[in-house]
Design a protein around this ligand. Sequence first.
Ligand code: ARG
Length: 397
Amino acid sequence: MNLRQGLAVLPARRPAVDHDASPVGALLVSAEQFITQFYGENLLRSPDRRLRQVRREIEASGTYWHTPDELTFGARVAWRNSSRCIGRLYWRSLRVRDRREVTAAPDVAAESVRHLHQATNAGRIRPMITVFAPDAPGRPGPRILSSQLVRYAGYQTAGGGLTGDPANADLTRLARELGWPGGQPPGRFDVLPMLVQAAGAPVTRHDVPADAVLEVAIEHPEFPWFADLGLRWYAVPVISDMYLEIGGVRYPAAPFNGWYMCTEIGSRDLGDAGRYDQLPVIAAHMGLSLASDRNLWKDKAMTELNVAVLHSFSREGVTITDHHTESVRFLQHVEREERHGRACPADWTWIVPPATSSATPVFHRYYQDFDQAPNYYRHPAPAPRKPVDGEPHEYVD
Ligand code: ARG
C-alpha cells in the first residue's frame, strides 16, 4: 500500500462522537484508525494481524497497549497535528521516553527531572516527551498539575499586588497549601515545585533541583542598564498539563518540550501587561515618553526586549529561534505535508507571531484548521481544593 492510498482510507476529521456507541465501540474505531495509519504511513505489511490482536485485547480488557514503535509514531504525529504550533517542521525528531510503567507521584517527579536534564542537554535543546502510564478502565494514570515542569511562582502580596508571574498565582497558592515555604523572601523568579497527582491519591509537591533548571539572565547587546532589570527566563518550556491521545488511548501525564521562539518570552511572558509587564520599565529606561501611545513606545520596547532575549540565549549557547526564521520553516513544513498528501491543520491566531506579524510570511495567508488525533489536549485546570470547615472560602467558586 503506498502512502497516499494508506491515507485515503482515513477520514480527514475525527468522526463526530457517536453517543450511542459504547466506550469500547468508540475505542475500537479510534484504535483501528490509528493502527491503519501507523501501518500505512510507515509502509509496513498489512495491519490485519495487529488489528485482530488489538480488537481481542480491547474486548478482553477494555483497552490495549501500544507497541513502543506505535507510541513513538503516535507522539510524533500528535505534534504534527497540533494546529497551534509553528515549530512543527521537526516533528519527526521528537525523542520519546517510554515510561508507561511509572505511576507513583515521586517516580513521575523523578522521571520529569531526568527529562529536564536530557532535554536541556547543556543548552543544545532536544525536543522530547516522557510518556507515563495511560488511563485504563478503573485504573487512571497519574497527572501533573503544573502547567510546565518549570514555572515561576506568583505570590499575592499583602497590598493586593503580585510578585512574580501572575500566570502561576493559582499554582503557587496550591503549592503553599501543600506546605511549600516559597522564596524567603518571595522573589520574582522562584521556581515552583512540581505538583503531581497519582490516581486516587492526594496532590503532592516535588522540588525541582536547581541543577535541573537552566536559566538565562537577560541582557541587551547595546543597553548596559538592561542587565540591571534583573530579568531572567528558563531555557526549556516543558508543557505538562496536556494529555496525549493516541488511537483512543489517553496518556494523562506526557510532558513534552521543544525550544523557545523569542516572542514567547519577549513579547508575552515578560511583555504582557498581565504577566511581567516590562514594556513600561524598558521604555522609560530608553528615555521614551509614556505620556501617549502615539510615539509607539510599546513597539520599541518590545522589539528591544526580543533582541535582548535572543542575544542572551545565544550568549549562553541555549537553543532559541526567532519568529522570522520559524515562519519560513513553518511554511516549508506546510508544503512538505502537502507533498505527502496531507493537509496541515493550522490555527492562524496562534501561528502568527505576536510581534511584527505582517513582516512574517505566515501572516499573509489562511489555513485549514481541524482537530485530528493523535493529538495533545489541555486538561481542565486543577479543581480548587474544597475548604475544610472554618477555613476561609477563598478558593471556592
Ligand atoms: N509559550 C509558552 C511559554 O512561553 C511555551 C509554549 C511551548 N513553546 C515551545 N516553543 N515549545 O512558556
